[in-house]
Design a protein around this ligand. Structure first.
Ligand SMILES: Cc1cc2nc3c(=O)[nH]c(=O)nc-3n(C[C@H](O)[C@H](O)[C@H](O)COP(=O)(O)OP(=O)(O)OC[C@H]3O[C@@H](n4cnc5c(N)ncnc54)[C@H](O)[C@@H]3O)c2cc1C
Length: 306
């Protein structure tokens, strides 16, 4: 019910106008989105890197339904990578890419060609790419694209979602040497047939997956703001003798910045996921709709800096 209301609002230009012109909107958006332009992304990245954090950048795009939109997204990433490299911000900054923004929904070959061009540009810039994971209907196709990309660009990162029942097995498959894997809980509304539904089950799965990745040979990227998961991650790092060059924590821009600073101060590698672009309305609304718990997630961030 709540999800349907938010999704309806995300498609309403009237609500968008209302939200966009509300007194505190700009402050709220700027807390979670670096800005509209490449230069905004650059200055946010510079600030975070100066503070000892690593960065992954996500160019926000609306639903990509034409080849022209897919190509424009690719070109923005190519431009971004060249700007980051010119500013000396690689390899501290890498990029995160959604295959749907590159055409996956209507032309898988086009999406592959586009992401391959981005991987080649990242390689040239001395950094890498992580493939964001979307809803479960795209998991197989995204992992197939990942396997193909890794033949030429072995450091291409995967994302696995602990709420999916299949993920423990995917973690085993992807825990080989050099394999970069971001583990998150998962942000989409998924059916019970494929995903755990309760927070407790998802958390237990997250810990099982973390154990597989942290005891394996790959490079785990623990993406969570959850204090319990972070503390278990710190514990496993000690247990499996993983220093800051062998795993990292990741959090979203604007969420728990003091915790990001604390972990970095303790010597951990911490990467902030920085979205930018003028399509922030759809991004914020979809994040809320994907998981109604995120209403609390964003709401809490508005009143707390911890
Ligand atoms: C770097 C990164 C990349 C991601 N990439 C993807 C992706 O590719 N695909 C995908 O499906 N999802 C992705 N996600 C989203 C992820 O799946 C979750 O939806 C999101 O991170 C919320 O889960 P959580 O683990 O942070 O904890 P939650 O279960 O949301 O929260 C658990 C606890 O964390 C603490 N907490 C959470 N938020 C706050 C806050 N704002 N302030 C204070 N405390 C807070 C609270 O104690 C809370 O009880 C990504 C997340 C991150 C951090």
């Amino acid at each position: 019910m709540l999800r349907s209301v938010i999704l309806a609002a995300s498609r309403s230009s009237q609500v968008e106008r209302l939200v966009a012109t509300a007194p505190y909107t700009r402050d709220v958006v700027r807390r979670f989105v670096a800005g509209a332009a490449t230069d905004d992304a650059l200055s946010a990245t510079r600030g975070l890197v100066d503070d000892g954090l690593a960065v992954t950048l996500d160019h926000l795009g609306e639903d990509t339904v034409t080849p022209e939109q897919a190509t424009a997204t690719r070109d923005e990433y190519l431009n971004l990578l060249s700007v980051l490299s010119g500013a000396g911000l690689t390899p501290a900054a890498e990029v995160s890419v959604k295959l749907s923004a590159l055409g996956q929904m209507f032309d898988e070959q086009l999406a592959y060609d586009n992401v391959r061009a981005i991987c080649a540009a990242a390689d040239k810039a001395g950094t890498t790419v992580t493939l964001d994971m979307e809803d479960h209907t795209t998991t197989d196709s995204t992992l197939e694209v990942l396997a193909k990309l890794r033949k030429d660009f072995p450091s291409t990162g995967a994302v696995l979602q602990a709420y999916l029942r299949r993920t423990e097995s995917d973690c085993r498959e992807l825990s080989s040497a050099g394999s970069r894997v971001r583990l998150c809980k998962g942000a989409y509304k998924e059916p019970e047939s494929v995903a755990y539904q309760s927070a407790r089950e998802v958390d237990k799965s997250y810990v099982r997956c973390m154990n597989i990745l942290m005891s394996g040979d790959g490079y785990p990227m623990l993406a969570t703001h959850d204090p319990r998961m972070i503390s278990i991650g710190e514990d496993r790092a000690r247990w499996f003798d993983r220093g800051p060059e062998r795993f990292e924590f990741q959090m979203l821009y604007g969420i728990r910045p003091e915790e990001q600073a604390r972990l970095a101060g303790e010597g951990y590698t911490v990467r902030t996921y920085v979205p930018y672009g003028d399509q922030w309305y759809g991004y914020l609304m979809r994040r809320l709709a994907e998981r109604p718990a995120n209403l609390v997630f964003f709401g809490r961030a508005l009143v707390s800096k911890k």
